[in-house]
Write a protein that binds this ligand. Structure first.
Ligand SMILES: [Zn+2]
Length: 696
């Protein structure tokens, strides 16, 4: 076992010395975040509610207690209209009471929102009714209501709540909804019928309430209704939906050089009770990283880094957008992001793997490689310890936590949390996104402290703190050590792209000449991405121009070899020459230019494209309406394509070039889909489409 222990001593290199890594590893602990999580999981943390503000107050008190600088809360007004960047604000919600009883034929309490808040869907409106329950199936389709009079009644439905609210309440006068809507499906979905899931109504609709019940309870009610029982329910809801505030906490560890920019740690403080992994875990883990780094820097154990380290806790997407829109000076200063959303699950309970998630291809960056190195360091140590070697200190094991291995890997970009904002082209702060995925208990009443592991929390706190410190302290003196390492990482990713390109050449769905083009394109885009990754490090560290040239030469040589191998394979399949699947014409040579305020199209409760175009025009966007071809729709990747198409808009790339860029990142896609989507963005005045410039 000597080999693995030797590897351990150098596992954190080239980014930290073993002394620095040991300092961070020994300072972070998993008990503090676990106990802080105990408090947060008692609160129903819906944005714009008193319970959310209570959670925000708790975080600020802790941050002040840990000695962080400038720890405070900020309030951002919301009214459903006011915008922050491209995003429209949402609404606040205040619940005084919410009870649902079965009155006839039995007398039994189904839900009490004060003692068990998850059972009342967010943004439920005031109502007081005693009425019959009626089964409308999913309640998502007009046909679900055929021959049924739901006026004044409570509908039992398992469809998406906002859609049921529209069809049953707004269009047909139902009083409210009883829902067992499943969401976030995984292979384990349905195995536990007792889970109660989170529900959100559309706060912009003016009426309706919904109570959430388990599949088991809903199944029994459906059976009774089917047998002809008249089930009478009494619903009493007192709640208001309207203007209010989002609260966002922030605190810093000041750097030595105010002109060197800032590194930002983020998470999201909102979500239903208990919301332990999603995302109480991220909130308490960045707080622990903050505590550990503050202590190490304040005591002089680690040199104070040149960049300021900032921490932000707010509502998902909404807090990020509100904070950045209100502080354009800080937004401009941000250089890198560490985002944690679901990082504390015990994998033997929630079935999750912890992922270091790459930045999208539109924003190549070395930040992922830094996180990947610490992931490996912890993984080796955890394995060695699990096998009976190594020490609990090296493996970051807590007495009150598990002795599990660290189930973790590096995965391609995926959307779904605030890193979408940071990574988007108009903010362009590369994000190290840490996440457990999937999680069998996500968005249910079982996402509780019972599924959390103090050892896991400690490991992720160490990973995040180490990466954040590297970003904050990095300067050009380290480039000679880091560049060769990073180049080797880039070569590994190039080899992965080569394997994928080989598969495309043999893809029977592509004609031989077109397949050759797509394979070459993948290789070329991959080479661009890796050269840009090396460049990102040099710019970040403030190194001399072209410091990365040796690495770039090596990557070019590697790409040339791969390209010649692809040519042999394509020829063997009968290809004559690479043939582009799109032609140079007046559509494909247009150059899109961003004109709307900053931010991605989609945020938590807002879709800027839908809001600006209206439902009818939006429904005709081919990429999003299910007419986008097998690959895009079956793999449910339309959202990722859309996100990246807009990110690749930089005022220089043409429509055809954007098509090639997203095709390499995900899968070959028709240029018509890309052009059609960009035309919709232009119709919504998010971009404008310029004619090709001949002077370039
Ligand atoms: Zn989350």
């Amino acid at each position: 076992m000597l080999a693995s222990l030797c590897s351990l001593a150098f596992a954190q290199e080239p980014f930290l010395s073993s002394q620095q890594w040991t300092l961070i590893r020994d300072e972070v602990n998993g008990v503090a975040p676990y106990e802080n999580l105990r408090y947060l999981t008692g609160l129903h943390r819906v944005p714009g509610t008193p319970a959310f503000d209570q959670a925000a107050h708790f975080i600020v008190e802790r941050a002040q207690g840990y000695g962080l600088d400038d720890a405070h809360s900020e309030q951002f007004p919301i009214d459903g209209v006011k915008t922050y960047g491209l995003m429209r604000s949402y609404l606040a919600w205040n619940v005084q009471s919410g009870e649902l009883w079965e009155m006839q034929p039995r007398h039994v309490l189904i839900a009490n929102a004060i003692t068990d808040p998850i059972r009342l869907a967010d943004y439920s409106h005031t109502n007081s009714v005693e009425t019959s329950l009626i089964d409308v199936g999913s309640g998502m389709n007009q046909a679900d209501y055929t021959g049924k009079n739901v006026r004044g009644k409570i509908v039992l439905a398992d469809g998406v709540l906002s859609r049921v609210q529209q069809l049953a309440v707004a269009e047909r006068g139902a009083a409210g909804i009883l829902s067992d809507m499943p969401n976030q499906t995984t292979a384990w979905s349905g195995l536990d019928p007792t889970l109660v899931r989170w529900g959100h109504l559309d706060a912009r609709q003016s009426a309706g309430f919904a109570f959430m019940i388990s599949r088991q309870t809903a199944g029994m009610l459906r059976a009774r209704l089917a047998a002809g029982e008249d089930i009478v329910l009494s619903a009493q809801v007192k709640a208001t939906v309207g203007p209010g505030n989002w609260t966002v906490d922030t605190a810093t560890i000041p750097g030595t050089d105010p002109s060197a920019g800032q590194v930002v740690f983020s998470c999201h403080l909102d979500h239903e009770r208990p919301g332990a992994n999603d995302d109480g875990s991220g909130c308490v883990t960045i707080l622990e990283a903050a505590r550990a780094l503050e202590r190490l820097v304040q005591s002089g154990a680690l040199p104070r880094p040149k960049r300021t380290i900032r921490f932000i806790w707010g509502p998902e997407h909404e807090g990020t957008m509100a904070f950045l829109a209100t502080h354009p000076d800080i937004m401009k200063d941000l250089r890198a992001n560490v985002h944690m959303d679901m990082v504390g699950g015990d994998p033997f309970k929630n079935k999750a793997v912890m992922h270091v998630t790459e930045t999208p291809w539109s924003l190549p960056s070395f930040v992922t490689d830094v996180g990947a190195v610490f992931l490996e360091a912890i993984r080796w140590a955890a394995s060695a310890y699990a096998e009976g070697d190594g020490s609990p200190e090296q493996a970051l094991v807590e007495d009150t936590g598990t002795r599990n291995e660290f189930f973790a890997d590096v995965t391609p970009f995926d959307a779904g949390s605030d890193h979408d904002d940071y990574d988007s082209s108009t903010i362009a702060v590369p994000s190290l996104y840490l996440r457990d995925w999937p999680d069998t208990y996500i968005h249910t009443d079982h996402d509780s402290l019972d599924q959390m592991d103090a050892t896991k929390l400690r490991r992720v706190a160490a990973l995040g703190a180490a990466a954040g410190y590297v970003y904050a302290a990095l300067d050009s003196a380290k480039l000679p050590l880091i560049l060769p390492f990073l180049c080797a990482q880039s070569e590994t990713r190039m080899a992965t792209s080569f394997s994928k390109a080989r598969n495309w050449i043999n893809d029977s769905g592509l004609a031989p000449d077109a397949a050759w083009y797509e394979a070459d394109n993948l290789l070329a885009q991959s080479l661009n991405r890796e050269c840009a990754t090396l460049h990102s490090l040099v710019v970040f560290a403030g190194g001399p121009a072209n410091s990365e040239s040796e690495g770039v030469n090596a990557l070019n040589a590697q790409a040339a070899t791969f390209k010649s191998w692809l040519a042999k394979q394509a020829t063997a399949r009968g290809a004559k020459a690479p043939a582009a699947p799109w032609t140079v014409n007046s559509v494909t040579t247009q150059v899109p230019v961003r004109i709307a305020p900053f931010g991605p199209i989609e945020n938590q409760n807002d879709d800027a494209l839908l809001a600006r175009l209206g439902k009818e025009r939006y429904s005709r966007i081919k990429l999003l309406n299910g007419n986008s071809g097998h690959y895009v729709s079956v793999l449910d990747q339309a959202g990722l394509f859309a996100y990246e198409i807009l990110n690749f808009v930089n005022g220089k790339r043409s429509v055809g070039e954007i098509r090639d860029a997203v095709s390499a990142e995900y899968h070959p896609i028709s240029v018509d889909l890309v052009a059609d989507y960009l035309e919709a963005l232009a119709a919504a005045r998010i971009i404008r489409l310029d004619r090709a410039r001949n002077d370039q």
